[in-house]
Design a protein around this ligand. Sequence first.
Ligand code: ATR
Length: 283
Amino acid sequence: MNIDGSTKVLCIIGDPIEHSLSPAIQNAAFKELGLDMVYVPFRVAEDRLEEAVNSIRALNMAGMNVTIPHKEKVMMYLDRVDELARFIGAVNTIVNRDGELTGYNTDADGYLESLAVEAGFDPKGKNVIIVGAGGAGRAILCAFLAAEVNSVVIANRTYDRAKKLADEFRIKNESIEAVDFDGIYPYIKTADLIVNTTSLGMMDKGSLDLPLGLLPKGSVVSDIVYRPLKTEFLKKAVAIGLKTHGGLGMLVYQGAIGFELWTGKKAPVEAMKKAALEALKEK
Ligand code: ATR
């Protein structure tokens, strides 16, 4: 990498940030296409968020990724927020166009893209179950609504949180139901896809125990967790012959969409995937 006075700089902010795979993914893409760009991570505390966003202009950075815990609050410091990001209520990608900062959310489209490419799944007209009602569940709910699913069931440990999310979005699709985990039973038998959007299944967390055996043959079990690549939830699905979809693709494709917004060039997705896998081994 040859950094000089004309190198364009991009970054990711979050807290914590040490485990982010995005620097490896984006720098691999710049290298693959021979672009004079570099991407660095910064740990930014919540009370320094506004300063960090303003530094995009001050330092003339090309853009920024935003991760936990800043995705919602960052919206108030931007000049514009894209319609899908407003719908989701969170921004993960900022583009600097001559000092004007526009926020996007590439998580929803990144998820849909990885689902299409890696599992051959088109949500249009399908019945889906979303496990979890946090920020990630919300982004995926918006993705499915935009993709015109037939019905959505939001299943959450805390029923009230699922109900709140379902009530908020019912205006977009009348077939959104909220249940707690026990309430999944009547819906799982006709589901085409179930996705875990909680942190359950990550290295140090417990795993998700749902009656996957009741899913119809040919349905897809999806997990946004990618540490480990194959969660216990996915292993259970494989063991009963169901199709699975892991979480790394969402990370790679959300990054690929960001790369395209910043550079105007088609993202080298294979190089980005390879870099993500290598970085995952090292971390
Ligand atoms: P994120 O923005 O990453 O989605 P979040 O807003 O904290 O994070 O949401 C975490 C989700 O994981 C929630 O749906 C949460 O369920 P609750 O609303 O009941 O808290 C779910 N979750 C986290 N730990 C869980 C656990 N041990 N068992 C079941 N669900 C869990």
